[in-house]
Design a protein. Structure first.
Lengths: 249, 290
């Protein structure tokens, strides 16, 4: 069953046509990876799933994106949408405040005031992001003092704390070392039991390792979308084959 | 090895410059300029200290001013009152307009260049013009007469551009990653600006406010007309009172109390240097954090 279905999506940044006629189904509780060379529109598509593109001036979108059958661009409250569709960014971006406050920021935004409830939510989010043991004794310390890999897992915890249904990850490991990367990958595999994950990655091995479905993008178009094993073992399109065998990109 | 390579003796240096007299001339000029700049400042400070420190006496700090003790205590208290009043008016308006410019106004908005031009112009106006304007508006038109409130309002107008610009810069230097992170969690604009962006910008804003305090403390021309030169701590802000800088100006102007004026100058100097040092310290702290 599709959690998100994208149909006829076109996106323009003023004169630049960044996404051309995109049609994709994102299955529930699986990891869907977007791969492709830089500037191919994969991050742009990811950002249109929680309307982060709305922040960019001159950005025009047509077509529909349905989340559980509801059109996210028509009649859906943008802040509720972003609560349901969380996001982890390329560069870890913890807020300059304590670890606790970082994680509690989301729940507080959505009206949770009770200290007991907040404590509970913060702990659960940090546990789910597999970082609880490392930070439980320094929840009141500034988050900027953590290592890059810890910061990124904190950002994942922060996103999980608002109890989203979908987690968008925009190259979540590109700024991290191999060990932190593998921890994030293990975490993603763990998280897909509860969440639908869409991940943009530059790293084809990463897509092959952890994703269930892969979409290959080129110049704003989806060239091929298939089960990950299929796409990597027998690509149907010549361009996909050239890309995954390293002939360009 | 590297050190040996980088190490050039004075003799070698001079030899190098002999080959290239134009470089030698330029070097002399820049070194000279630096020496003159520092020299002027140091001689000014030394001069004021030599003239002023021996004249600092306990009487100068008595609670009430009279022509015997020429106390600067009322002036010090008035300085604090005027500073606080000016900040109360200027800081919120300055910060809020900066928030509008940096966070709310759309990029193509035609109001932005107008507001910017206005603030730049405001920043370039000589302070005596502010003084005259304040006098005409508050003292004459509103009929307040000489009043601390009029003086404080005049100073607020004067420091507004300073606070606005430093705040705007501080806001713009806050990484967009924070804004994205906050929006991405479903926070609205208001919450993002006030919970995430503004707290990150506080050190920058603070250093702007402290610079503004420095200007207020050192200002005379903009205060003479609106606030007058009464030598007491007034019972209400609607009455006249002089700040430290005005006090010093008045002492010099009257010509009877030159020694006390020097003593006042020392106190004023210490105050301004202290405020500037504090501002530099805070600005440095901002620099460290991203």
């Amino acid at each position: 069953m599709s959690k998100i279905s994208i149909s006829d999506l076109e996106l323009h940044y003023s004169n630049f046509n960044a996404l051309k006629n995109v049609n994709l189904e994102i299955p529930e509780k699986e990891i869907t990876a977007y791969i492709g060379p830089s500037g191919c529109g994969k991050s742009t598509l990811l950002k249109s799933l929680n309307r982060m593109n709305d922040l960019i001036e001159g950005c025009k979108i047509t077509g529909t994106v349905l989340l559980d059958g509801e059109d996210i661009y028509r009649g859906m409250d943008i802040n509720l949408l972003r609560k349901r569709v969380g996001m982890v960014f390329q560069k870890p971006n913890p807020f300059p405040m304590t670890i606790y406050d970082n994680v509690a920021f989301g729940p507080r935004t959505h009206g949770v005031r009770s200290k007991v409830k907040l404590d509970e939510m913060v702990e659960k989010a940090l546990r789910d992001a597999a970082i609880w043991d490392e930070v439980k004794d320094r929840l009141k310390k500034n988050a900027l003092g953590m290592s890059g890999g810890q910061q990124q897992r904190l950002c994942i915890a922060r996103a999980l704390a608002v109890q989203p249904e979908v987690l968008l990850m925009d190259e979540p490991t590109s700024a991290l070392d191999p060990i932190s990367t593998s921890r994030i990958e293990d975490l993603a595999l763990e998280l897909k039991k509860e969440y639908t994950i869409v991940m943009v990655t530059h790293n084809m091995q990463q897509a092959a390792r952890i994703s269930d479905n892969t979409a290959f993008f080129l110049l704003g178009e989806v060239v091929e979308f298939d089960k990950t094993e299929e796409l990597f073992s027998m690509p149907k399109d010549k361009r996909t084959e050239d890309y995954i065998t390293g002939r360009f990109g | 090895m590297m050190e040996a390579m980088n190490h050039i003796t004075w003799r070698e240096k001079i030899k190098g410059y002999k080959k290239d007299p134009f470089s030698a001339l330029l070097l002399t000029l820049v070194v000279l300029s630096a020496i003159i700049t520092v020299g002027v400042l140091i001689s000014l400070i030394v001069y004021i200290i030599i003239k002023g420190v021996p004249n600092i006496t306990p009487e100068l700090f008595e609670w009430k001013y009279n022509t015997e003790n020429v106390s600067m205590m009322p002036a010090i208290i008035n300085t604090i009152i005027i500073t606080a009043l000016s900040l109360i008016f200027a800081v919120p308006i300055g910060i809020f307009s900066a928030i509008y410019l940096a966070e709310y106004a759309k990029k193509g908005n035609r109001l932005i260049p107008v507001v910017r031009l206005t603030t730049e112009t405001l920043a370039g106006i000589p302070s005596i013009v502010f003084g005259l304007f304040g006098y005409l508006l508050f003292n004459i038109h509103f009929g307040w007469g000489y009043s601390m409130l009029g003086g404080a309002l005049t100073l607020s107008i004067m420091i507004l551009p300073l606070i606005m610009r430093t705040t705007e810069e501080a806001l713009l230097s806050v990484s967009d990653a924070y804004r994205e992170g906050s929006f991405g969690l479903g926070a609205g604009k208001l919450r993002t600006v006030f919970r995430i962006v503004l707290p990150s910008a506080v050190p920058g804003i603070l250093s702007g406010v402290i610079l503004a305090i420095g200007r207020i403390v050192g200002e005379t021309a903009a205060l003479l007309y609106p606030a007058g030169t009464a030598t007491v701590v007034p019972s209400s802000v609607m009455q006249s009172g002089r700040t430290l800088a005005v006090h010093m100006y008045a002492l010099l102007n009257e010509g009877f109390y030159i020694d006390q004026a020097y003593a006042t100058a020392v106190v004023l100097l210490v105050l301004v240097i202290g405020i500037n040092a504090l501002s530099a310290f805070i600005a440095k702290k901002v620099g460290v954090k991203e």
